[in-house]
Ligand binder design. Sequence first.
Ligand code: DX5
Ligand code: ZN
Length: 233
Amino acid sequence: MTDPIRDFQIAPSILSADFARLGEEVDDVLTSGADIVHFDVMDNHYVPNLTIGPMVCEALRKHGVTAPIDVHLMVRPVDQLIGDFIDAGASIITFHPEASDHIDRSLQLIRDGGCRAGLVFNPATPLSYLDYVMDKVDMVLLMSVNPGFGGQSFIPATLDKLREARQRIDASGRDIRLEVDGGVKVDNIAEIARAGADTFVAGSAVFKARNEADPHRYDGVIRDFREQLASVR
Ligand code: DX5
Ligand code: ZN
């Protein structure tokens, strides 16, 4: 089977942004060349941290953000928040299968709301959760760290798991994105892409790389990512 040409997308995680200036930070990463906004929702229950909810997503839309907003739900339960994020202007909603009592129903809720739906796999969560729902997912998100915090190191076993996920996606013949989240840096993004990922979440790597001379620009690191990715094609 021929390898489909994949477009690579960079998704800065706003978890590492300056929350006091969130609208500006999102504008800045987008004008610096990012493709989508990765929006981490943590509930201090499913994961040991507490972040932002639908009101902040809605505020970003009202601020004028038109790029896709990729909502990563690290919450339990999930269904109520799925509806709230649909109303708040989310574009993609992903959730952890362990956190939903009815995975198929949660996926359907997301699609019924006009969003793209995805499942998120923790480092120790098997891909077999995909077995009966491949026709209901638009994105597979592999965590390359344990969820809850930015700035952790990439877990190398994710590379084999990415290869397995890529095989499943290609075998399905469906248009499904393969996203990776956690510890993505300029020095490992090419290897991660070669393993099959096409969508790259990066939090600390992006927001720590603010241009000293022009604090509204993050284009250096995004250009570096794209240069690395260009070597993969
Ligand atoms: C972790 C979050 C990630 C996080 C990644 O639970 O889901 O999106 O922001 O941060 P970095 O890129 O710093 O590992
Ligand atoms: Zn995330």
